[in-house]
Design a protein around this ligand. Structure first.
Ligand code: F6P
Length: 341
């Protein structure tokens, strides 16, 4: 039986260590070896690896980050695809690779599968936007952190009669914003999937303040466009060519303050949403995904991604994961809209 290589790539995400523990635990039970690959694809390109066994993964279940390290280095952006990994793979006797990553990583995984590498993908992102799976681990932790922040911001907003604009991550999709807004009782939620009218936002806040509630919380996804006539700083690009987002909340705040004279403040939550211990449901989900990925590998079910469908872990073709990204459906956003104001 060959060695299973395991890597975590792209931005980190609460639950990565639970996946690693799941893979090593299951592989050990089934008599297979796991070789940890350090810092994502970079470790496979540079032969930076470490053997993993049950002892090495004790005590990591609740730890944030990833004991393997991660990076945004990519074999197609920074190398020549499979050719740049080949030496590490043959030198270490790696038979299959379990790749834990987001949509960029899974797209590269699919290309490598096309070049003959046997891959099993595990979807990872706090953004919850990967196609083919109902949910990704890390998302529920990010939502919990952001909801805790909204709860805290609401009390200071109330004490000062202020509007507070809370900006959450999610890249081009509004899953974190929608769930956080729903869970935190936000007075408005702006997400990239649905166009907004700043005039309507202002009307809703004015109405709320007129009715005696002189503070408001507006949750905005980092990927929305600024209101017309307001700018955000030009976004830099990351290694996959994605815009690095953050800061649009300031333009929303300015537009609201200009129109209402309500004192308005901004809180951009940023990377705090990705740090620290995963919530229990993410620990369970990530553990199940690690175990399922290992079973797929050892049962020779490759070039697939582990997906959640209902309550089951199922294999879906990597091409499905790489087919695009998944947005918030209309009915969920409509539910959130019920509580605006
Ligand atoms: O994709 C996860 C994510 O946290 C996004 O929500 C965010 O836009 C991005 O990564 C931030 O990336 P970085 O850690 O490179 O700043």
């Amino acid at each position: 039986m060959g060695v299973i290589g395991l890597l975590t790539a792209g931005g980190d995400c609460p639950g990565l260590n639970a996946v690693i523990r799941g893979v090593v635990g299951r592989a050990g039970r089934r008599g297979s070896e796991v070789l940890g690959i350090l810092n994502g694809w970079e470790g496979l390109m540079k032969d930076h690896t470490t053997p993993l066994d049950r002892d090495k993964v004790r005590g990591i279940l609740g730890r944030g980050g990833t004991i393997l390290g991660t990076s945004r280095m990519d074999p197609y952006v920074h190398g020549d695809g499979f050719a740049s990994l080949h030496e590490t793979i043959s030198r270490n006797g790696i038979d299959k690779v379990i790749v834990v990553g987001g949509d960029g990583t899974l797209r590269s995984a699919m290309q490598l599968a096309g070049e003959g590498l046997k891959i099993i993908g595990v979807p990872k992102t706090i953004d919850n936007d990967i196609c083919g799976t109902d949910i990704t681990f890390g998302f529920q932790t990010a939502v919990q952190i952001a909801t805790d922040a909204v709860d805290r911001l609401a009390t200071t907003a109330e004490a000062h009669n202020r509007v507070i604009i809370v900006e959450v991550m999610g890249r081009t999709k509004g899953w974190i914003a929608t769930h956080t807004g729903l869970a935190g009782g936000a007075d408005y939620i702006l997400i990239p999937e649905y166009e907004y009218d700043i005039g309507h936002v202002v009307d809703v806040l004015r109405q709320r303040h007129r009715s005696g509630h002189k503070y408001s919380i507006v949750v905005v996804a980092e990927g929305i466009d600024p209101p017309p006539g307001y700018e955000t700083a030009e976004a830099k690009k990351d290694a996959f060519g994605f815009d690095r987002l953050g800061g649009v909340a300031y333009s929303v705040a300015a537009a609201i303050e200009d129109r209402t004279n309500f004192e308005t403040r901004v809180s951009v939550l940023g990377h705090i949403q990705r740090g620290g211990t995963p919530v229990a449901s993410d620990r369970v989900l990530a553990s199940r995904m690690g175990v399922a990925a290992t079973d797929f590998a050892l049962d020779d079910l490759t070039n697939v991604m582990v997906a959640v469908r209902g309550t089951e872990m199922v294999p879906v073709p990597l091409s499905e994961a790489a087919s695009g990204i998944r947005g918030v459906p209309e009915d969920l956003y409509a539910t959130a809209r019920t509580f605006f104001g």
